[in-house]
Design a protein. Structure first.
Length: 227
């Protein structure tokens, strides 16, 4: 049986996957949704360790590790630490790069300045409104807005620590279009198969069936390659 370890992005929580989880369960898969700490002292390495802990608790040989947005950096560091525990890495509109990469290092200067400017106390960045994630439906906005939380600035500044083990794990980079950042290029640059979805950045909220179909397709592809 496949276990999907679903890791939420910045300003979000495990609830980000609430609309995906039932669809994966209905297909016979298991899911784990670790929470990334939101206190101002938490950084990327702390978040990666939370994912490593989740991987260590999974007793399954077929693990698909999924990271949304900022968590693309997180899951690659976690997979690098536990390469034998992960069968496939999926980035969903995910930031990614080689060893020594940070979100602030990948983002364009205008985005970096906006993030730093929003961190008034220098430690946490308030959540942008739902529209920033492409969420515009009034019901979805009402659901999402009260759940968003500040993001530790440290998590965007810390750089990944990768030994190279993660690059031996197959990967898929799902990128949403029209895109705001070049997530397709980030994925291609690290050797991942790229796959486009016509959906906004928070695709797991707005188009859960489409994303679930992609994830289950990755599962089937891995099963065929192992067979």
């Amino acid at each position: 049986m496949t276990t999907f370890v679903l890791v939420h992005g910045a300003w979000h929580g495990p609830w980000a996957w609430d609309r995906i989880v039932p669809l994966l369960h209905a297909a016979g898969a298991r899911t784990v949704t670790p929470e990334l700490g939101a206190s101002t002292g938490h950084g990327l390495h702390d978040h990666a360790e939370s994912v490593v802990t989740a991987l260590d608790a999974v007793r399954d040989d077929d693990v698909v590790l999924v990271g949304h947005s900022y968590a693309g950096l997180v899951v690659r560091e976690a997979a690098d630490a536990r390469p034998d525990a992960v069968g496939h890495v999926v980035l969903v509109d995910g930031w990614a790069g080689p060893d020594g990469t940070s979100l602030l290092g990948l983002a364009p200067d205008t985005t970096v300045q906006a993030l730093l400017g929003a961190a008034g106390d220098g430690r946490a960045i308030p959540a942008p409104p739902p529209a920033a994630y492409g969420v515009t439906d009034p019901d979805d906005v009402a659901w999402l807005a009260p759940r968003l939380i500040p993001q530790p600035l440290r998590s965007f500044a810390e750089t990944t620590r990768l030994s190279g083990a993660v690059d031996r794990i197959p990967g898929t980079a799902v990128w949403c279009r029209p895109q705001v950042y070049p997530f397709d290029r980030f994925g291609a640059a690290i050797g991942y198969r790229t796959l486009a979805l016509d959906a906004p950045h928070d695709v797991m909220l707005t188009h859960p069936e489409a994303l679930a179909g992609v994830l289950l397709g990755v599962q089937e592809r891995e099963a065929r390659s192992l067979g």
